[in-house]
Design a protein around this ligand. Structure first.
Ligand code: PLP
Length: 365
């Protein structure tokens, strides 16, 4: 066998343990998962009926170009239909961009630390990832600009950034876009955009007319609560979207996913309620972290990175024993965990568990 040399030593993605497995192994009856930034309120109640109506067509291939969904989303976003591409989650759009743009040896710039899927896909294509350290948990756009050279194909900006939750203000983003060479594609990953309430946040879609080298990624997995249906999208100028479409598989989103997404776009109230409850959850968690004297990054998505002053893998295990699954293991932040903002009761349970672990550790010292 002769695989591509660059993939031989790549790790296989290790998913988090499912709730059922944790319950069984630890003998727990109640486990909450605050590890994957899912929506604790589920999805719009309109989705069930949309899926049920689509069940009659399950044996028929989906519309590969998702024409109806594209038109509805285009009108929702105020763009043209030829500016949108759908994927099996925005994960797939990331993969398609790397497939369309990278030759082995090309360079791509991203923050350190940011969403790991940019680098893993760049690795598969043999591209070299230039990882630029965050400053106070936020993208260092100036240093990222300095890293651009003739080999740079794509720059990734995750806004809000996963895992730190920070945002780059609109003025900084515009100054960056004004200076980056036009042949470099800028991917602005706005997976959590609908959660953001800070007025300094840029709506990337509004910048597309001015910057033809910009692509914005969004998803139905987060505030819309359709993570299991795998549907996300990219928005850009028609020429860029066409290139990405040329490397897309014919039927990369399902009928059920498309139907659910259409029902979700129409339910503005559900999105507004989730945004409001999430903002309240952030406020509560920040207050509790202050009380516990723990530092945290300003959160703008539906998750918070908090420094628990304990190796994150140990904290992860201790919280797991109490039935709370969080995310740790971020190499740049070894003592921090990332916790999804849950429902009010989930947040309270998480804080009670965290406080218990911190107290136990204090007694042991
Ligand atoms: C920043 C960011 N981008 C993209 C994704 C991918 O989401 P999906 O593939 O479910 O659309 C995630 C998921 O966690 C994310 O955090």
């Amino acid at each position: 066998m002769l695989p591509k040399p660059q993939i031989v030593n790549l790790p296989v993605y290790q998913p988090g343990k499912p709730i059922e497995a944790v319950k069984r192994e630890l003998g727990l009856t109640e486990v909450i998962k605050l590890a994957s930034n899912e929506n604790p309120y589920g999805c719009s109640p309109r989705v069930r009926a949309a899926i049920e109506a689509e069940l009659a067509n399950i044996s028929i291939y989906p519309d590969g170009s998702a024409v109806e969904l594209t038109e509805e989303l285009a009108s929702h976003l105020g763009v043209h239909s030829n500016q949108i591409i759908f994927g099996c989650g925005s994960d797939e759009i990331i993969a398609l961009i790397t497939r369309a743009f990278f030759l082995p040896g090309d360079e791509t710039i991203m923050a350190d630390q940011t969403f790991s899927v940019y680098k893993s896909n760049a690795d598969i294509e043999g591209a070299i990832s230039i990882e630029v350290p965050l400053q106070a948990g936020t993208h260092d756009l100036e240093a990222m600009l300095q890293a651009v050279n003739d080999r740079t194909k794509v720059v990734w900006i995750c806004n809000p950034n996963n895992p730190t939750g920070t945002i780059v203000p609109e003025a900084d983003l515009i100054a960056f876009l004004d200076r980056i060479p036009g042949q470099v594609l800028v991917v602005l990953d706005e997976a959590y955009a609908e959660y953001v309430t800070d007025p300094s946040y840029a709506d990337g879609i509004r910048l597309l007319d001015k910057y033809p080298n910009l692509v914005v990624l969004r998803t139905f997995s987060k505030i819309y609560g359709l993570a299991s249906l795998r549907i996300g999208y990219g928005v850009g100028q028609p020429a860029v979207i066409k290139l990405i479409n040329q490397v897309r598989e014919p039927f990369n989103t399902s009928r059920i996913g498309q139907a659910a997404a259409r029902a979700s776009i129409a339910d503005h109230q559900f999105v507004a309620e989730c945004r409001k409850k999430n903002a309240k959850g952030i406020e509560y968690l920040n207050g509790e972290f202050d009380r516990l004297k723990l530092s945290y990054f300003p959160a703008h998505g539906n998750f918070i990175m908090v420094d628990v002053e304990t190796p994150s893998q140990e904290m992860f295990q201790e919280l797991l024993k109490l039935g709370v699954i969080v995310r740790g293991g971020f190499s740049k932040y070894p003592n921090s965990i990332r916790v999804t903002v849950g429902s009010e009761s989930q947040n309270q349970r998480f804080i009670a568990a965290l406080e218990q672990v911190l107290q136990q550790r204090k007694v042991r010292v």
